[in-house]
Ligand binder design. Structure first.
Ligand SMILES: [Zn+2]
Length: 196
């Protein structure tokens, strides 16, 4: 599961004056998180706040099993119904990573959708990501349209982030990816944007 950018930024920031190595080492009794997360807290059973949040807020609302399958089937019916007589019925962003690759596979092979595939090139892609995108295109018989971000503009933004010394240096590239994706969806009147 991916955390929001804001959550990452919040959690990686050290409280004023605190030094990371001043805290006694502790690891959660329920997962692998430890005090390398500077803001982690543990309850009396040694369970971390990530686990407590998962059990209290995520799991009760996570529709899996039969209920989840029914909900997914309803959403897929909506997507197909809305996409009737259109070239595409939804949009999927491809990064070359595992999650979006599997989503592409599921959309085509398991759910019978007709997605428009896009990929946002921020100039930071590893060669393996581009190779994976090529393999996906070949394997699934799809075409991925690449939106290329202005490199000079992204460099300016990245340098501003470096100079400001904020911890989450992926923010410029993430912002560019989301902005480009949602702009594309808005311009092309795409109603369903599946995110993996
Ligand atoms: Zn935990």
């Amino acid at each position: 599961m991916r955390r929001s950018i804001a959550a990452c930024a919040r959690r990686t920031r050290l409280p004023h004056g605190e030094r990371l190595n001043m805290r006694e080492y502790q690891i959660c009794t329920s997962c692998v998180m430890d005090t390398s997360d500077s803001l982690i807290t543990f309850d009396e059973n040694g369970v971390c706040d990530h686990c407590r949040n998962y059990f209290a807020n995520i799991l009760p609302n996570w529709q899996h099993g039969k209920r989840g399958a029914e909900e997914l089937a309803r959403i897929l019916r909506d997507i197909k119904e809305h996409g009737k007589n259109k070239t595409y019925d939804c949009m999927i962003g491809i990064s070359g990573g595992l999650d979006s690759s599997y989503l592409a596979y599921a959309a085509i092979k398991l759910w019978g959708l007709r997605p428009k595939f896009i990929s946002v090139d921020t100039h930071w892609n590893l060669p393996v990501a581009n190779e994976n995108i090529q393999k996906l295109q070949n394997g699934l018989g799809i075409e991925v349209e690449t939106i290329t971000i202005d490199w000079e503009e992204l460099k300016d933004l990245q340098i501003a982030y470096l100079k400001s010394q904020v911890p989450y240096q992926d923010t410029p590239q993430d912002s560019a990816i989301f902005a480009a994706s949602y702009n594309y969806a808005a311009k092309n009147n795409v109603r369903y944007f599946l995110n993996g």
